[in-house]
Design a protein around this ligand. Structure first.
Ligand SMILES: Cc1ncc(COP(=O)(O)O)c(C=O)c1O
Length: 388
């Protein structure tokens, strides 16, 4: 028997603290308790029927083989047309790479841009997997604390102050997870100018594009052709389990990304690519927009309801389906507080610690990926917990 061993990079990989919460929620649910799931980062809606039908048709036609590593040409073209239809931006379909979710795209971008020992700048709080992918690649993630002063996003000033001679890339997400805040267009423009000047690259994660409320949606491609722009069919298109996304890369990187994709993934999932063709059709958009309107209604209920309970929300979330709330009037240990809330009232949230370390113990994330009725009940439960 060989002795058990594990690579340092995997043994030191951070877990999601919310997994503890999920395990506890499952246990309580098995005991017959009602659980209010506000920790889930995916739409509660099932994939739209016409998209599912397109997937079934693809299977029935035995579209079950590998495709090119960068995806089927018709989907790459459909993505390019989507940008033209929605944002009047013309891009060469050759720059579109189809990936296994935004997760696949994030990995490709980091592998392509960063060598071991170099660093990428990220916001704290921010999407946790970015830090973890960097760690696996022996790339340093330099997290920069952000606040409502910059809409919980990076800006040119913050990036200039944290830039080192090892910095190669800056990663942002608009709207952001966990804060739901947008990166205002001129803030991104200044960031792009700075990063281009410093010979680095911007990676702009637009996975929540389409889920933007009372603000104009835009794409970084309107600003620059030099960014890596990441997107996904997971959120607005409601296809999390299909594992399909895309990335638009600067022309110079097309060949490198193709080679990396061949080696890491071989190809994105075939059936999902055919289903995604239907997701991008103009005729599918009305259902998806109805769902977006439903998310907006939920945010419009939840945001003032949480503020009334005593949570502080420093920057209004204008997109995604998250509210990142300061809970310091109740606790300075949000992880323990979130566990107690679940235990006593059955409401599951994500603790701030999952998104970084900056004031993490004073924050938690609410996902409004449940019906308005369930959200109303959950708010009553949280109220009871606070009043106890
Ligand atoms: C900001 C952000 N980027 C990327 C992802 C990964 O999404 P997927 O791989 O399902 O497209 C997520 C998932 O929650 C996310 O919140």
């Amino acid at each position: 028997m060989p002795s058990d061993f594990i690579s340092k990079r995997s043994s030191t990989l951070s877990p999601f603290y919310v997994m503890d919460i999920l395990a506890q929620a499952k246990k309580l649910s098995q005991q017959g308790r009602t659980i209010y799931h506000m920790e889930v980062g995916e739409p509660d809606f099932a994939t739209v029927e016409c998209i599912v039908d397109a997937g079934i048709d693809a299977l029935k036609q035995y579209k079950t083989h590998y495709t090119p590593a960068t995806g089927i040409p018709e989907l790459r073209e459909a993505v390019a047309e989507y940008y033209e239809r929605k944002f009047s931006v013309k891009i060469d379909p050759q720059r579109v790479v189809i990936t296994p979710g935004a997760s696949g795209a994030l990995q490709l971008a980091m592998i392509c841009l960063l060598d071991a020992g170099e660093n990428v700048l990220l916001s704290d709080p921010g999407y946790p997997c970015n830090r973890n992918i960097a760690q696996v690649l022996a790339v340093e993630s330099k997290t920069i604390p952000v606040s409502s002063l910059s809409n919980y996003q990076l800006d040119a000033d913050l990036v200039a102050r944290h830039w080192t001679d090892k910095t190669r890339a800056v990663m942002v997400a608009t709207p952001s997870n966990p804060t739901g805040t947008l990166l205002p267009e001129d803030q991104l423009k200044e960031l792009c100018q700075l990063v281009e000047q410093k010979n680095g690259r911007m990676i702009v994660d637009e996975i929540y594009q389409g889920l933007v409320y009372d603000a104009d949606d835009y794409t970084a491609l309107e600003i620059s052709n030099e960014c890596f722009v990441i997107n996904s069919f997971s959120k607005y298109f409601g296809m999390t389990g299909w594992r399909i996304g895309w990335m638009v890369v600067p022309e110079f990187y097309i060949d490198a990304i193709d080679r990396i994709a061949q080696n890491i993934f071989l190809a994105p999932p075939t059936v999902s690519q055919y289903a995604a063709l239907t997701a991008l059709k103009e005729s599918t958009q009305s259902v998806l927009d109805e769902r977006r309107d439903e998310f907006k209604k939920r945010r419009d209920f939840l945001l003032p309801a949480l503020e009334r309970l005593g949570f502080a929300i420093a920057a209004k979330p204008q997109g995604a389906f998250y509210i990142y709330a300061n809970c310091e009037s109740f606790t300075d240990d949000s992880f323990t507080w979130v566990k107690q809330l679940l235990d006593e009232q059955g409401v599951a949230l994500t603790p701030g610690i999952d998104f970084g370390s900056h004031l993490a113990n004073k924050h938690c994330r609410f996902a409004y990926t449940q019906s308005l009725e369930i959200l109303e009940q959950a708010v009553d439960k949280i109220d009871a917990f606070i009043q106890r």
